[in-house]
Ligand binder design. Structure first.
Ligand code: MN
Length: 351
């Protein structure tokens, strides 16, 4: 929930707090400095449009979207919106996927241009803006050099990488000059999402992480594909069970709904009869296999309801006595424990 609506929803008790904040001296009150705030520049938008061949999509950086004027505003309009929201500083970064889809030489020159424009905006509004440098991993050496310029000469505070660059990830040593530069400059690198790469299978098979992460992303994505392709409209009584506390989906439902609304608002071709979370909560059950951990269990119960969470161990891959100790230690009411461990299974499997 956003702070403003939280305050409204929380009612009169917090009104005094809002007034206190408004009246408090600047030195004493909390400052709001959100740090993933996007902008773009016309030249980057133009190149994104050119390589997209005029096809609007999320992957081309919202080039057709109604948000474009807001992204391009690095001045009074943005500051007015910040003031209205009670935001002090935007830590700005070039909107995803930045210059990372472009041919190398173009990417390098647009990276530099974007960083120059960002620096100019910060110089014009030094108390309201800070920024992270755009990068062009297509040319790691040029990016390392640009990062040094961005930090030392332009005053930027780090870099933002929009995940993969034309299908390649930063674990490839050819990119490590960028890490070397960031470390030497003592600045952070913000890894921001973008659309998945064609070769996502390989990263999901990262040795040592294939199961704990790769399985969840792969299986969770499979489940979302069923929702997205209308399986549950065609089969309204179908029920699906997901292990491992729902393969991360319960924790993502609110974000998935929120961005689904946004994305289908721009590109309605993917629109479903209901919200993704509605399909999930009606058609899916989740189990605790390998995930008998308090935080995820309580969050999952909150997300999908205790009637949809079933106990599982994943024997022999998991330590069975440990899994029993773990579920016993969960802070559940007697009835909720019985539902999770027994009654839900009886109902779902007609035992
Ligand atoms: Mn973002």
């Amino acid at each position: 929930m956003q702070r403003r609506s939280f305050l409204i929803a929380s009612g009169a008790a917090l009104t005094a707090g809002v007034e206190a904040r408004a009246q408090a001296g600047k030195a004493s009150r909390t400052r709001y400095i959100p740090c993933e705030e996007a902008f773009s520049i016309p030249e980057v938008v133009e190149e994104a449009r050119r390589i997209a061949g005029g096809v609007p999509s999320m992957s081309t950086g919202l080039i057709a979207g109604p948000l474009l004027p807001l992204l391009l505003d690095l001045g009074d309009g943005r500051i007015r919106a910040m003031d209205e929201a009670g935001i002090d500083v935007h830590v700005l970064s070039l909107s995803s996927p930045g210059v990372q889809n472009f041919e190398s030489a173009t990417a390098v020159s647009l990276m530099q241009l974007a960083n120059d424009r960002l620096a100019a905006a910060i110089k014009a509004h030094p108390t309201r803006f800070a920024g992270l440098a755009a990068v062009a991993p297509q040319d790691p050496a040029a990016t390392a050099k640009e990062l040094e310029r961005a930090v030392r000469s332009l005053g930027l505070r780090g870099a933002i990488v929009n995940s993969h660059t034309r299908g390649e990830y930063l674990d490839d040593q050819k990119f490590w000059a960028i890490f070397e530069a960031a470390e030497a400059l003592d600045v952070p690198i913000y890894i921001h999402p973008r659309e998945p790469s064609p070769g996502m299978a390989a990263p999901l098979s990262l040795p040592g992480f294939t199961v704990g992460w790769g399985y969840a992303v792969e299986t969770g994505t499979h489940a979302l594909r069923l929702i997205a392709r209308g399986v549950f409209d065609r089969f309204p009584k179908l029920r699906i069970i997901l292990g491992h506390m729902g393969e991360m989906l319960p924790f993502m439902l609110d974000r998935i709904d929120n961005r689904y609304r946004f994305e289908t608002g721009l590109f309605p071709q993917g629109k479903l009869a209901r919200l993704p979370s509605e399909y999930f909560r009606e058609h899916f059950f989740i189990t605790t296999s390998g995930m008998n951990f308090e935080g995820p269990l309580l969050a999952a119960i909150k997300a999908v309801g205790v009637d949809r969470v079933l106990y599982a161990v994943d024997y022999p891959f998991e330590d069975q006595p440990m899994a029993v100790k773990q579920i016993d230690a969960m802070p559940l009411s007697a009835m909720d424990r019985r539902k999770v461990c027994e009654l839900n299974a009886k109902r779902v499997f007609k035992l």
